[in-house]
Design a protein around this ligand. Structure first.
Ligand code: ADP
Ligand code: MG
Length: 372
């Protein structure tokens, strides 16, 4: 798998009951063995569009296969010192939380277990195989970003007291002040973080009228590997994001609070869309400026898009004609994202690594000079 582009997978979920009872028809087809998806028009239109991605998963494809095909191959990168990011994008109800496994009940037997728990289990499998050569320490954080306020889901403090600020540090990148990093030395500790944080999110959401579809959930695993032969260490950050629902929807504007919410488009997603367009479509301003600072989400993901990370976006869509507008918009968004080029750089802490980084900087500067 090439690591310098943002890798994009599209996942079509099966019909849900509400779509079945509406008599919806399926508008997405995979017509060849290539990772392509064709969207046929609804009954009012005869148009057909075909998009190509890195993976296309049709409704019958299991959690297991999705994980094995697009997540498992990139996990070893974490132990080589590369940051890895996975983002789930799509309208509310398209399968983001299901795919990411943001909600986990501890039942490993369930075939519905999603990406995050599966990845945690494999991370600790790898840790055990490396015990003879390295000391590996892992910590977990879990945040929720709602209406431009970042909450720590793993602190014991009350929700009001759990607000975190984002700071930029020249050498370390983005730092989140006061964020809990819970040490986890096995998969149970790590999945506990996921469950504890998840339950706080749910409690908050009920009080705020299903805010969960308008908030971003961000689970972070920090991996530090110190080589026992004294030659140095690597650090890597694994960021898993269950994004807010991407609909601007007329459909969800129905009542009181939701109406107000619906009118106020999620600022983070809007900014993320702008960053993706700029990075993928070459529409960055003439000085190459990408507006990461427009929202907390884009500041948090600065390293993941157009930066120093191996990134996978899973675009989740409904199969039904009823959601055609949202599905088209997701496919277009995903299509732009796949054009983004990242520059994954190993986070290696040794003189050799420093030299490597400087060499890379010289190379980048040379290219910039040639471009002039
Ligand atoms: P989102 O997080 O995008 O709002 P969910 O993940 O909550 O959406 O999914 C909406 C509904 O569809 C849930 O009931 C979920 O269990 C179901 N679902 C989503 N994707 C799949 C899938 N691939 N297979 C089976 N059920 C799915
Ligand atoms: Mg969800």
């Amino acid at each position: 798998m090439s690591t310098d582009c943002v890798h994009v997978a599209v996942r079509v979920r099966p019909f849900v009951d509400s779509e079945r009872s509406r008599g919806c028809v399926q508008i997405l087809k995979k017509v060849s063995s290539e990772p392509q998806i064709t969207i046929t028009g609804d009954s009012n239109s005869k148009s057909q569009d075909t998009y190509t991605f890195n993976n296309v998963f049709m409704p019958e494809i299991s959690q297991h296969i999705v994980y094995d095909e697009c997540v498992k191959p990139i996990l070893p990168k974490l132990f080589d010192g590369y940051n890895v990011t996975i983002l789930a994008y799509g309208q509310t109800g398209s399968g983001k939380t299901y795919t990411m496994g943001t909600v986990f009940d501890g039942d490993w037997e369930n075939t519905r277990v999603g990406i995050i728990p599966r990845a945690l289990r494999d991370i600790f499998k790898t840790v055990r195989t490396m015990e003879d050569s390295s000391t590996i320490s892992i910590t977990c954080s879990f945040m929720e970003l709602y209406r431009e306020v970042l909450y720590d889901l793993l602190t014991d403090r009350s929700r009001d007291q759990s607000v975190c600020e984002i700071r930029e540090d020249g050498s370390k990148g983005i730092i989140i002040n006061g964020l809990c990093e819970i040490p986890a030395n096995d998969e149970d500790k790590a999945t506990n973080c996921l469950m504890t944080g998840g339950s706080k999110r749910t409690v908050g959401a009920t009080a705020m009228n299903d805010a969960s579809s308008r908030s971003h959930a961000i689970f972070v695993v920090n991996v530090k590997a110190v080589r026992l032969d004294g030659t140095g260490s690597t650090t890597a950050k694994f960021t898993l994001v269950d994004l807010a629902g991407s609909e601007r929807s007329k459909k969800t504007k129905a009542t009181g609070t939701r109406f107000k919410e619906g009118v106020k488009i999620n600022q983070g997603l809007l900014a993320l869309g702008n960053v993706i367009s700029a990075l993928g479509g070459g529409t960055a301003s003439s000085n190459g400026y990408i507006s990461y600072r427009d929202s907390k989400l884009t500041r948090l993901l600065q390293d993941s898009l157009g930066g120093n990370s191996v990134t996978l976006m899973v675009a989740c869509v409904s199969p039904a004609d009823y959601n055609i507008e949202e599905t088209l918009s997701t496919l277009r968004y995903a299509d732009r994202a796949k054009k983004i080029k990242n520059k994954p750089i190993k986070n290696e802490n040794s003189d050799q690594a420093e030299i490597q980084k400087l060499k890379q900087t010289i190379q980048d500067l040379r290219l910039q000079l040639l471009d002039r």
